[in-house]
Structure formats: structure tokens, C-alpha cells
Design a protein around this ligand. Structure first.
Ligand code: XMP
Length: 333
């Protein structure tokens, strides 16, 4: 639609004016906001933008490759992928407390990103190095950081929309989505050519699977969880509700799998198994402050359960979380 095309033209013009011939760094997370910001800024200034994508090893199945395919492959943007999974998993070894896990992941994320940004600052692809840090801050973030925030919200915001980082790095701030609400950011993303599935994705927490593996995070657990979760998401996308014509992915606000580091007994063929348990979580909410567990069809739950147990060796039991928020939270940690 041409209102959106006008908006893009205007935004592109203002980014060009602000940036001039200087260079910009942007932290790409795979989430909606940073993706749309990257696509918009790339549209405006092309190779003057370098995206830094920190892979903490706690992403979903093939997520890192999908981000690279989209931004480096299809958009031809400059993207540096930093595989920091050994660093993250190493520092998380032995740590079980949820808030401590969040702090470690947040701190490492900032450290790794800062190190990359310092390099780009020192020797950009052009002549003088990067001078701008771009962030996918949207209007609700602006409001939130002005008012009182919960302890968790501080952690959330310190993760990707890193407060204070531009000052620490001595970079100027570029925030082209500052005036937009989430819906507008999504429309903009589609208009910029990002795939619908990427733009209408459920939110994913900064600490990623780190808070969906209860207690200590181990690579073995993350690998099992990734495969189980991919099955759940695939089935949610392919199950269409007859009344609305929508998929159960689109009918839920957030859905994911949680890894429980406990073993239970099962039977497979002639043998007894003693394997891990996962919980499926799917909620419906408008603001994520309160949420109802989703009444997923039994046929869907049945398919997901049998696929996970048959396809993911190491998991022999699937449960469904029927807790609403409050008093339960959406995430298990
Ligand atoms: P809870 O579990 O508090 O989650 O009901 C509410 C929403 O916030 C997300 N969430 C996080 N997002 N970093 C994030 O970026 C975090 O540490 C974090 N903790 C929870 C959660 O996924 C849900 O959408």
C-alpha cells in the first residue's frame, strides 16, 4: 500500500540525512524489531551498515542459519556472525538460578557485542570506522524506559536494546523505529520484503533456551529441546482451525517447549526407557502481563506428543502446561 511506501521513503530519507557517509553497526537478534530495523537501514544506506549477530548457542533449531540466509543471503547485507556458544555454555556450567543465568547471558552478550563493535569502530569497511549504533527500539520501549519497570523488564531491555551501550562505545544512536507501535513495525517489515513468518513470529526471550532449560543449561539438553520445540512449532503452523481459518500458531501469542531435567520411566518396543520430560506451553494474551493457557485441540497435542517421543530419542514423556498467568508466569523461569 502506498501509505506504507510513503512512510518507507520518508524513513529512508531521514536515515540517509542523519548518517551521511558514516558507518552504522546494528545488533541483529533474529527478533522482529532488530530485523525490521536492519532491513530499513539497509534499504537506506546499503553497505554502510554492518549487522552483528551474536549466536549464544541458545537459539532455536536452524535459527542462526535462517537469520544469515535472510540478511546476508537474500538482502545482501553485511552480517558478521559470532559463534559464541562455547563461551556461553562454559560460563553457564553449574549455574542453576534463573536470575543468575539471565545475568550471565546478558553480560556475555554485551561483552561479545562490544568486542565486535570496537573492531568495527576501529576499522570499518570504509575509511573511518563505524560512528553509529542502530537499535530496534520501538515506541513501547521508549515509554517503558521512562517509567517504573520491573526487575525482569530491566533485564529484558538490557539484553538487546542495550541501555547505555552507545555511550560506552562512544557511538551515536540511530533508532528508526522509535515512533512505531509493534503492529506498524510488522507492516513495515512486510513492506520491506521480510517474510510473513519472520515478521509475525512469537516473541522469543533474549536469554533464549537458557530460561527454557530448567536449572543447569547443558548442550545435550539444548539439542534435545531444539528438536522437540521445532516439532511443536511445525505442528502449530500446520494445524488450521476450521472456524477461523487460522493456524494454531497464529491463534496463540506465544508457544514453546520447556526442558525438564528429570527422568521418567517409559516403554518402547520390548525395552524400558528412562528418559527426559518436556512440557509444552502455549498461551493467549494481549499484553503478556496476564495470559490464559491455550485450549489447543487434542488432535494437535496428540500429534505433537507422538512425534516428539518417536523422533527425539532421549525424551519419553510430553506434558501440557495448563497454568495461567498469574499466578504462573509464561516462561518457566
Ligand atoms: P513471563 O515469563 O514473565 O514473560 O510471564 C512475559 C514475557 O516476557 C518474556 N520474557 C523475556 N524476554 N528476556 C526477554 O527478552 C527475558 O529475560 C525474559 N523473560 C521473560 C517472555 O517470553 C514473555 O513473552
Amino acid at each position: 500500500d502506498w501509505v506504507m511506501r510513503d512512510h518507507i521513503a520518508e524513513a529512508v530519507e531521514s536515515i540517509r540525512k542523519q548518517v551521511g557517509d558514516e558507518e552504522v553497526i546494528l545488533g541483529l537478534s533474529g527478533g522482529v524489531d532488530s530485523s525490521v530495523a536492519a532491513a530499513l537501514i539497509h534499504r537506506a544506506i546499503g553497505d554502510q551498515l554492518t549487522c552483528v549477530f551474536v549466536d549464544h548457542g541458545l537459539l532455536r533449531l536452524n535459527e542462526g542459519d535462517m537469520v544469515m540466509d535472510m540478511f546476508a543471503g537474500k538482502l545482501h547485507a553485511k552480517v558478521i556472525r559470532v559463534d559464541a556458544s562455547d563461551l556461553f555454555l562454559g560460563e553457564l556450567a553449574g549455574v542453576t538460578d534463573p536470575e543468575q543465568k539471565r545475568k550471565i547471558i546478558g553480560r556475555l552478550f554485551v561483552d561479545v557485542f562490544k568486542a565486535e563493535a570496537e573492531k568495527l569502530k576501529a576499522n570499518g569497511q570504509g575509511n573511518k570506522g563505524a560512528t553509529f549504533l542502530a537499535q530496534g527500539t520501538i515506541y513501547p520501549d521508549v515509554i517503558e524506559s521512562g517509567g517504573a519497570k520491573s526487575k525482569k523488564a530491566v533485564t529484558i531491555k538490557s539484553h538487546h536494546n542495550v541501555g547505555g551501550l552507545p555511550e560506552q562505545l562512544g557511538l551515536k544512536l540511530l533508532e528508526p523505529l522509535r515512533d512505531l507501535f509493534k503492529d506498524e513495525v510488522r507492516e513495515l517489515g512486510v513492506a520491506l520484503g521480510l517474510p510473513h513468518d519472520m515478521v509475525y513470529r512469537h516473541p522469543f526471550p533474549g536469554p533464549g533456551l537458557g530460561v527454557r532449560i530448567l536449572g543447569e543449561v547443558k548442550k545435550e539438553y539444548a539439542d534435545l529441546l531444539r528438536r522437540a520445540d521445532a516439532i511443536f512449532i511445525e505442528e502449530l503452523r500446520s494445524h488450521i482451525d476450521k472456524n477461523s481459518g487460522k493456524s494454531w500458531y497464529d491463534l496463540t501469542s506465544q508457544a514453546f517447549t520447556v526442558f525438564l531435567p528429570v527422568k521418567s520411566v517409559g516403554v518402547m518396543g520390548d525395552g524400558r526407557t528412562y528418559d527426559y520430560v518436556v512440557a509444552l506451553r502455549a498461551v493467549q494474551t494481549s499484553d503478556f502481563m496476564t495470559a490464559d493457557w491455550a485450549e489447543l485441540p487434542y488432535s494437535l497435542l496428540k500429534k505433537v506428543s507422538s512425534r516428539i517421543i518417536n523422533e527425539v530419542r532421549g525424551i519419553n514423556r510430553v506434558t501440557y502446561d495448563v497454568s495461567s498467568k498469574p499466578p504462573a508466569t509464561i516462561e518457566w523461569e
